[in-house]
Design a protein around this ligand. Structure first.
Ligand code: MEV
Length: 427
């Protein structure tokens, strides 16, 4: 822990980012090098950071790489991925290449329907409340559509009501879902505003008290689906295929394995979501909740063999991403990444994202069912360890390649190699 004296910094939010950084430098006893690193990291982007969040002092750059070989619905697409993890992008490129001959990734979507929840409490007759609200369908439509005329203009707007009475430890409550077509927006702002506008009316009509008014990230009316076929020859034969199927069944049966299997899928998904300035936490929350929709946390993907013995993978997930609004629209890197993708609707983006998730899952399962994951990780991991022990310039490659040839990527060994290297006079 740093030995700063207090977490109070009077008027901190009113300072400009440079002054905030200076205040933090003093309070946290930061050396000039660290403070300089924070300043440099945000170079050119600090005004943007200051607009996006509160109390901004810097930015942290996540590498953006390109997944090649992807064919989605017959169109080749270069996919920008923002990730700090080695092997993630290589795995996608490799998996995508192996299913190109069977047409790549085929997708479908359910349409961009988002839901906001309004919690109605304190009524002794929650079923009656439910029907009272349903009687006001057209009033609710009018309030919602008035809240966002722009959305209406582009073909979106209120679509329907879905109302449930749920049991809770404080008794039954009536939960109103307003279902809205949010078109190319992620839709959080639109549906939250609608829920807040509708709630007082619900109180008036029913006598119940409205409490929470917020979207659900379990966007199960906004799912994107993908399927792809990997020919036996591309997998490495029947044994590998059967071992991959067994790996999938393990994930589907055991939440401990499912968490890791699904984390691999999200390695790909979150990387594209982040690269396009979308909300990674919204997508992650929705994906994991969807994976537990049967009451048990399971694999997000499904794997089968087709009648020719090829491996078929399918994936269906809520995919609430947008092209308008939020960081997507104002972050120049997100905008540039969208240009690389060449998508013109949020629906197209959702299709690419689930395709990347499936490719990622194929790559992880194949590696795990064959050589294991460490071999693929070795090259970049060795470089990271070399950097970690202080190797610079040409030393990085020398230390990394010695670690690889030892077959042991360990920090203590890296230190030894670096010490030896530096003690040897270079000719
Ligand atoms: C590592 O980030 C992801 C994997 O653990 C996924 C998996 O186990 O399926 C390799």
């Amino acid at each position: 822990m740093s030995d700063f004296t207090s977490s109070r910094i009077e008027g901190f939010h009113k300072l400009d980012p440079a002054a905030r950084l200076e205040a933090v430098r003093r309070q946290a006893n930061l050396d000039n090098l660290a403070a300089g690193d924070l300043a440099d990291a945000a170079a050119g982007q600090i005004a943007l950071a200051d607009r996006l969040i509160e109390n901004a002092i810097s930015s942290i750059a996540i590498p953006v790489g390109i997944a090649t070989n992807m064919t989605v619905d017959g169109r080749d697409v270069l996919v920008p991925m923002a990730t700090e993890e080695s092997s993630v992008i290589a795995a996608v490129c490799n998996s995508a290449k192996r299913c190109r001959d069977t047409g790549g990734f085929r997708t479908s979507t359910s349409g961009p329907l988002m839901a906001a929840q309004i919690q109605l409490v304190g009524a002794s007759d929650p079923e009656n409340v439910r029907l009272q609200v349903l009687e006001h369908l057209e009033d609710i439509r009018a309030i919602c559509d008035d809240t966002d005329p722009l959305l209406l203009k582009v073909g979106g707007g209120f679509r329907e009501l879905d109302i449930r009475v749920i049991e809770s430890t404080e008794g039954p409550m009536t939960i109103v879902h307003i279902i809205v077509d949010t078109r190319d927006a992620m839709g959080a702002n639109a549906v939250n505003s609608m829920a807040e506008a509708v709630a007082p009316k619900l109180e008036e009509w029913t006598g119940a008290r409205s409490l929470l008014r917020i979207l659900t990230n379990l966007a199960d009316r906004r799912v994107a689906r993908v399927r792809a076929v990997w020919p036996l020859a591309e997998i490495g034969g029947e044994t590998v295929r059967d071992d991959m199927l067994s790996a999938y069944r393990f994930a589907d049966a055991d939440p401990y394995r499912a968490a890791t299997h699904n984390k691999g899928i999200m390695n790909g998904i979150s990387a594209v979501v982040l690269a396009t300035g979308n909300d990674t936490r919204a997508i992650e929350a929705g994906a994991h909740a969807y994976a537990a929709r049967d009451g048990r946390y399971r694999s997000m993907s499904r794997w089968e063999k087709d009648r020719d013995g090829n491996l078929v993978g399918t994936l269906e997930l809520p995919m609430a991403v947008g092209l308008v609004g939020g960081a997507t629209k104002i972050h120049p890197t997100a905008q540039a990444n969208l240009k690389i993708l060449g998508v013109s609707t949020a629906d197209e983006l959702a299709r690419v994202i689930v395709s990347i998730g499936l490719a990622q899952n194929f790559g992880a399962m194949r590696a795990l069912a064959t050589t294991g994951i460490q071999k693929g990780h070795m090259a970049l991991h060795a470089q990271n360890v070399a950097l970690m022990v202080g190797a610079v310039g040409k030393e990085v490659d020398i230390v990394a390649s010695e670690l690889k040839s030892l077959g042991k990527v360990r920090q203590d060994l890296a230190e030894e190699i670096l010490d030896r290297l530096r003690a040897t006079p270079q000719g």
